[in-house]
Design a protein around this ligand. Structure first.
Ligand SMILES: *[C@@H]1O[C@H](CO)[C@@H](O)[C@H](O)[C@H]1NC(C)=O
Ligand SMILES: *[C@@H]1O[C@H](CO)[C@@H](O)[C@H](O)[C@H]1NC(C)=O
Ligand SMILES: *[C@@H]1O[C@H](CO)[C@@H](O)[C@H](O)[C@H]1NC(C)=O
Length: 980
């Protein structure tokens, strides 16, 4: 069954470039209806705002942003940074970028798993769909635990697709439900009340009117069903509802019509908005579960809100690198120490050492002290005169760092692992990260052969072609190749300080080689600060002209326009901040190739993703090289406020020779769909131009931004149907498809992971007469791989004749299948609250026992509400269970507390206690005692009841409201007893 579906998908993808629009909430754009994109974004914005509100409240700050379905990323970013000083107020780029990643991985499920009933909860596949959601949630928690936020976002986006589709495809909304179906995210709850396989659920629609096609007895008995769907066959079990719509062949058979609420024109389109709103609420609920399991700070990282800059080093540690390691250490320590506790502090640190034959491990941490410790422990040893595993180390950093990171490579030797070149380039394109090489030892040009022949030659050396590899990789990424002596390296590290600031934007980046004298102009706008111009190359002669006509020659160190640092082949021009706005010009004359790069700090930036149109009209993300010569589309988001107008989106060939102008369609204030007539033949960058409001002069002025990283087209597409998780020790077969418009081509296939996991794959594939070919990559993670570990698999296909190539880069989370679904249980032991009217004069306390039964054990206990002091101790109960005893003590003014216990796989149990009381009793000694209305709830396995001894016991499917009121009464009595 499964393999049939897979084959069917590959047939579709292999023969058609445009996969069909599948039936679900529309993935990305649909006028008048809510798409997966909007549902996901709204849920993330609401939950993020709530987290920030709670943090603000706990710190005694105000949070005034109303939390509703009209939030925008910039508004949430602003409100959050006002309430937590550690968050950058400047740029919402990281937040936009994370949200986009999540809704794109959500949207792509419609293409990759078009016909999987479980992914869309079609065909009453409730249990299978729930499994996807539950295993997905466990994987998200494990990924966050490993600080692997990219994997976590991919998995989260995908599982939200299934969760959201439930509300469109099932009859949950028709049943009159007023809250999300929490059982979908609570594995310990039984899936009750499903319409059985033989239970009819629908009758035919009356013509095109499907308003009441669900059978009355189904509605009356509140039986859950979902629509049957097939694009191939009209067969469905007797009496069952169909999905509906023109693609669904089952809906033409009795009972005709369908029940989906995908958009406002669907058969149950009259319920579309209600279903979509319920899907938003369900997504908020799963985000809350993840938040409780991971904690607020990690949650804010997950949604990209606390992302500022990344400090990423890939360092050669062979014998001659002592000075370089010292320089890396000095610059990073100075960045860390000068920015600690400020919004400019880097949010992520990456360190990868390499050597020969070793490379790695990857250190990825948010903790500056861990980074310091690791970099301190590096020592220059071994290696000697051989080239090193530079690209292996770089690949690890590219796969591990957040997208759009600036990565710095320190080396004085050639790369040995040249076979990784195309994989590294693919990862640069995919991650849009920038790679700058700091090469020391630039004056010794020797070929590898020279070196290997002369063993006595102790210094390492680099040939021109070795250097060309680094230069090419730097240029495609938008980075630089900086060649300095070991003695002057420390001056050149200024580029690292410049790059590791928040809100860094690229105004312009060009590379020129065969060289002609040229005037290059760029526009600086008032939102920019700390503008820096870099010119790298051997002996470029240049002059800079400001908008007001003032000029400064490149040989003048301190001039009217700025200060110029010259070190090795690098010229760094720090512009003064006066009179910057307007068009600048640089005239450059050089005998060799050079690069020019203009960066600054600004809240105004953009992000773009290629999307492909589906047959039905909507789009799906395109995660690799777009097809050369064909039309395509870009989804563009502009960050930095709603007053920015976009006038041009251009694909500019890196050579500057070809420019393709896109047609811009606005999708709300900050999002745009840009149609591109054709993808250029050669590597290109994306440029954005527009107008923004200059408040000091109260007029609109021009601005420009550019993607530093080059993109590239291809004449072959490669697609794979990824799982988001793989199990350690179990070979995972991944089908992939090549498709091209040429027949009978031969493609070389390469597949590898950043972690050197075992991969087997066909060495070549020939496309047949239909221009397509299928292959299988088998990936095996070592059986001792820790759950939550991420691994990036790249599969490349290269046309053996033309060299044209494409790739897919897939990230997997290694995950042992979770079997512990038991949430921790909270048992209130005592509450001592003797609170006077003047609450600040007294405190109250609570003691609770937390256990995890047969589960994996409690990993942490924290407060999600209340700001008193919590202390934990550990005992073993008489029956041998580990018990975590929580003692909580707080002022009588803080009347509520919620304890959160998380077990080792991320199952969450909470207990809530309130001593709020509308009716207070005066006790004999004159103080006011709260007694009659203490309420507690313990929520772990869904419902709970409080026994006479105050303990919380779990019942399989008890009624929540009954247990709640019982609990109020019983604990009220208990507290009365204690206090009285
Ligand atoms: C979704 O949640 C909001 C806020 O809790 C609530 O006001 C709204 O009624 C809910 N919508 C649905 C359809 O359940
Ligand atoms: C950037 O510019 C601002 C003001 O324009 C200044 O306060 C800050 O120190 C500068 N930052 C750096 C890293 O130069
Ligand atoms: C800035 O502009 C003002 C007025 O146009 C001018 O007087 C001043 O000299 C300019 N400063 C620089 C550094 O160009």
């Amino acid at each position: 069954m499964v393999s049939l579906v897979v084959v069917a998908v590959f047939l579709l993808c292999g023969t058609l470039f445009q996969p069909p629009q599948v039936a679900a909430f529309k993935p990305l754009f649909q006028d008048g209806s809510l798409t997966h994109r909007e549902i996901t974004q709204m849920a993330i914005l609401r939950k993020t705002a709530e987290v920030c509100r709670d943090i603000a409240t706990a710190q005694g700050h105000d949070f005034t942003l109303p939390i509703n379905n009209r939030l925008t990323p910039s508004a949430v970013q602003e409100a959050c940074s006002a309430s937590a000083t550690s968050l950058s107020a400047v740029s919402s780029h990281g937040f936009y970028s994370a949200i986009t990643q999540m809704f794109l991985s959500n949207a792509v499920v419609d293409q990759l798993f078009a016909l999987s009933e479980a992914h869309h909860i079609d065909n009453e596949a409730f249990s299978e769909g729930r499994d996807l959601i539950i295993q997905g949630v466990a994987a998200v928690k494990a990924s966050v635990q490993q600080e692997s936020y990219i994997s976590a976002r991919n998995t989260l986006g995908a599982l939200c697709h299934t969760l959201q589709d439930f509300y469109s495809h099932s009859n949950w909304v028709e049943l009159g439900s007023t809250a999300p179906f929490s059982t979908l995210i609570k594995p310990e709850r039984p899936l009750n009340n499903l319409a059985g396989p033989n239970t009819p659920t629908c009758k035919s629609c009356t013509g095109s009117n499907c308003r009441d096609n669900i059978l009355p007895e189904i509605l009356l008995q509140k039986k859950l069903t979902s629509g049957y769907f097939s694009v191939f066959s009209s067969t469905k079990p007797a009496g069952k509802c169909s999905h509906g719509g023109s693609l669904d062949r089952t809906s033409s058979r009795e009972p005709t019509g369908g029940i989906n609420k995908d958009d406002i024109r669907s058969d149950h389109g009259f319920l579309h908005h209600r279903a979509a709103e319920m899907a938003i609420n369900a997504t908020v609920e799963v985000l809350q579960d993840i938040r409780l399991a991971t904690g607020d700070q990690a949650f804010l990282r997950l949604v990209g809100l606390s992302q500022t800059s990344v400090l990423a080093f890939v360092i050669d540690t062979t014998g001659s690198m002592h000075d370089d390691i010292e320089a890396a250490k000095n610059v990073s320590f100075s960045i860390i120490d000068s920015r600690r506790g400020t919004p400019e502090e880097p949010s992520e640190y990456i360190l990868v050492p390499f050597n020969d034959p070793d490379f790695g491990p990857l250190t990825r941490t948010e903790n500056a002290d861990i980074f310091k410790e690791r970099i301190n422990s590096l020592s220059a040893t071994g290696g000697g005169d051989l080239p090193e595993m530079c690209l292996s180390g770089l690949l690890l950093a590219l796969a591990g760092a957040s997208p759009s990171s600036d990565i710095f490579v320190f080396t004085d030797a050639a790369a040995k692992d040249l076979e990784l070149r195309s994989t590294v380039q693919a990862m640069i394109e995919r991650t849009r990260s920038t790679v700058t090489f700091l090469l020391t030892n630039p004056f010794l040009f020797r070929s590898r052969r020279d070196v290997s022949q002369s063993k006595s030659f102790t210094s390492k050396s680099m040939s021109l072609s070795d250097k060309q590899l680094y230069r090419d990789l730097a240029h495609v990424s938008g980075g630089q190749i900086i060649e300095v002596t070991k003695a002057t390296l420390s001056q050149a590290t200024a580029v690292i300080t410049d790059a590791s600031t928040s809100a860094l934007v690229t105004v312009l980046q060009v590379v020129r080689s065969p060289v002609i004298a040229e005037n290059i102009s760029f526009v600086l706008d008032p939102s920019l600060s700390n503008v820096t111009v870099y010119i790298t190359g051997e002996s470029p002669v240049f002059t800079i002209y400001s908008p007001t006509g003032v000029s400064q020659s490149g040989s003048v160190e301190d001039g009217p326009l700025g200060s110029i640092l010259t070190v090795g082949n690098l010229k760094r021009v720090k512009l003064n901040s006066d009179n910057q706005t307007g068009e600048w010009k640089i005239s450059i004359d050089s005998t060799r190739s050079y690069s020019l790069k203009v960066i600054g700090q600004s809240s105004v930036n953009f992000l773009f993703n290629f999307v492909e149109q589906l047959e039905g009209g909507d789009f799906t993300p395109k995660n690799n090289r777009p097809f050369i010569g064909r039309n395509t589309a870009l989804f563009v988001s502009v960050t930095g406020g709603d007053s920015v107008r976009v006038t041009d989106v251009l694909l500019v060939e890196a050579s500057g020779l070809d420019v393709v102008n896109g047609t811009i369609k606005s999708l709300g204030a900050t999002d745009f769909l840009v149609n591109i007539d054709r993808i250029p033949e050669w590597a290109f960058v994306v440029q954005l131009k527009g107008l923004l409001h200059d408040s000091t002069r109260s007029l609109h002025v021009r601005f420009q931004r550019q993607s530093p990283t080059q993109q590239q087209g291809s004449r072959v597409t490669i697609t794979a149907q990824p799982n988001n998780t793989i199990e350690p020790g179990i070979p995972f077969n991944l089908n992939f498809t090549l498709a091209t418009n040429a027949t009978g081509s031969s493609y070389t296939i390469r597949a590898r992971t950043d972690r050197s996991f075992n991969v087997s794959f066909p060495s070549s594939l020939d496309t047949g007469t239909d221009g397509s070919a299928q292959g299988i990559v088998t990936l095996t993670a070592p059986s001792d791989t820790e759950s939550g570990t991420d691994v990036t698999l790249t599969i490349e296909a290269e046309d053996s004749e033309s060299g044209d190539s494409n790739y897919v880069a897939l990230q997997f989370t290694v995950m042992t299948k979770v079997t512990d679904f038991a949430s921790p249980v909270c048992q209130i032991v005592s509450i001592k609250a003797n609170c006077p009217v003047e609450c600040s004069r007294a405190s109250w306390e609570l003691s609770a026992n937390l256990t995890d039964g047969n589960g994996t054990g409690i990993a942490g206990v924290s407060l999600s509400r209340g700001n008193g002091s919590l202390s934990l101790s550990y005992v073993m109960s008489a029956d041998g269970t580990n018990v975590t005893v929580a003692s909580y003590n707080t002022s009588c003014c803080s009347q509520e507390v919620e304890l959160v216990a998380v077990d080792r796989v991320g199952n969450v149990g909470t207990c809530f206690v309130s001593i709020k009381s509308p009716s207070t009793a005066i006790s004999p000694n004159g103080s006011t005692t709260v007694s009659s209305n203490v309420s507690t709830t313990a929520s772990s396995n869904g419902s709970s009841t409080v026994g006479p001894n105050g303990s919380t016991a779990v019942t399989p499917n008890g009624s929540y409201s009954v247990s709640f009121s019982m609990c109020v009464a019983l604990v009220g009595l208990l507290v009365f007893f204690l206090c009285g």
